[in-house]
Design a protein around this ligand. Sequence first.
Ligand SMILES: Cc1ncc(C[n+]2csc(CCOP(=O)(O)OP(=O)(O)O)c2C)c(N)n1
Length: 272
Amino acid sequence: MDKETLSTLEGTAKRIRRGIIEGVYHAKSGHPGGSLSIADILAYLYTKEMHINPQNPKDDTRDRLVLSKGHTAPALYATLAECGFFSPEELKTLRKIDGRLQGHPDMKNIPGVDMTTGSLGLGISAACGMALVGKTEQKDYRVYAVVGDGESEEGQVWEASMFASHYKLSNLCVILDWNGLQIDGPVEKVMNPTPHDKKLEAFGFNVISIDGHDFEQIEAAFTAAKACTDRPTAIIAKTVKGKGVSFMENQVGWHGKAPNEEEYLLALKELQ
Ligand SMILES: Cc1ncc(C[n+]2csc(CCOP(=O)(O)OP(=O)(O)O)c2C)c(N)n1
């Protein structure tokens, strides 16, 4: 990856992180930690990898993304605003009673949202359905599903995985956000779902493990996923919960809490 592309991606990811902070601060609630951990991956997917059309959000040929860990909607909204699906100003209406940007993604009202999610474990199944339709109807689109590591404790994630490999859904790419923390503590202490690589391999996935904040590795992983044509791919992305805001990094308390004014200003300063 050349220097210019890298610096553009870094700038995009920073704006996405600022959008996350703006949204959660103005809502006075929401989920910053797991939103910040996926900002680099979403920045890459939406600006480099996915075929999307902000002028026609429901374009049938578009690639689809299902944010299975739907509580991290602030990251998806900030990314969609960055791509021009709606104005970045609207991010300040997150969770407002008359606004479109609900606490969890709503495909009926928000341009660019491909699936309504929030109940953990369900989104990956919807992504499998979309991928199966794409295969059956011989369409070229790809489907991406972002799944949380805490979310991977849901049994349905594994049913969906079995389905994905049974139907050889090579147009499906699951991204497991391995940030190590869930709502109430370290994932491995709450209900240990590891080793993800061996389990996903046993379930029939092409498994790729990366640093989810390294754009070179992110690029290589999505390129390898596209090149794999006989089974679904799972990218296990090692990330830092709260990435980019020093006092939020690796702090379980920032899973679902809004910054106060002082913390908000400090976060924005760090993300300049
Ligand atoms: C079925 C279901 N059970 C419980 C919740 C409440 N909940 C919201 S976020 C969360 C923790 C998710 O952890 P993880 O998937 O690791 O997300 P991240 O750390 O990336 O934010 C839980 C239990 C939910 N949304 N859905």
